[in-house]
Design a protein around this ligand. Sequence first.
Ligand SMILES: [Zn+2]
Ligand SMILES: [Zn+2]
Length: 325
Amino acid sequence: MSHAVDVPATDGASVRKMDAPATVARGHVDWPYAISFVIYHLVALLAFWPWLFSWTGLVVFMIGVYVFGTLGINLCFHRLLTHRSFECPKWLEHGLAILGVCCLQDTPARWVGVHRLHHQHSDEPEDPHSPLVSFFWGHVGWLLVPNHELSRMQLYERYAKDLLRDPFYMNLERRLFWVWINLIQWAVFFGSGFLIGLATTGADWFEAFRFGLSILIWGVFVRTVVVWHITWSINSVTHLWGYRNYETDENSRNNFIVGIYSNGEGWHNNHHAQPRAAAHGHKWWELDVTYLTILALKSIGLATKIVPFRKLPPGRLVTNNQPVE
Ligand SMILES: [Zn+2]
Ligand SMILES: [Zn+2]
């Protein structure tokens, strides 16, 4: 298959512009996505209102970025379900997938399908979110307009069949369990904050209500928005700026800042060169907290068959059209 993108030889050089995929319904808006993004961002902004600030909320938010973002999205949706970089017991896989569902980044099968399509056609016209169209398109614009290529059955049939053989993932699609999971997490975060508030204020109901809201907004809304932008910046920033350890036939980059704040997903050129490898950091200083977590799971017997990365000869072109599972 031919590749449409000329990858510049040096970092920061001019990058060829691309059009959005031909399958995008131009001039249309995917309203459910657009409205959810606006509401979540607006509610998250309430976190700046001092009345809703609490140190506990801030700590719950920070822990949540790791628990839901790193474990749910990086480790489960990406490295485990999309690329099968390692294996773990089903109960653990499903538990981690629920954490991923709490990030409101679509169902596991949809996420996996879109991401496998991205690997198969990175920075080509079929790529659903190449930032060679524009930074905004690669970051979030691609989610705001309908794209026929991503219409569910077609995407699932081609890229997520293996996942949907498991009734757990099929149920998340068919019965809208993912919606319930998200409503339940609202209730759990607000409810625990409210109860802790009642217990610590001598049953001051108003104060308990304020504390519950603080935990909900910091623990769910701010965390969801921040994890969105972390994930989205992998699609946008790390296909534009950074350095390359491997000559891949698309524009992926290792970006130090994204690598650190995303807990390892920003070593994206390494990842495109060797998609199945569990470690995305390939140099000693490319810190990869997600991979360290996989090693921690291995040490207690919960991760097996971890796919290692290989040393490749410098300058060798690595093509993307390889099996992406
Ligand atoms: Zn990529
Ligand atoms: Zn990937």
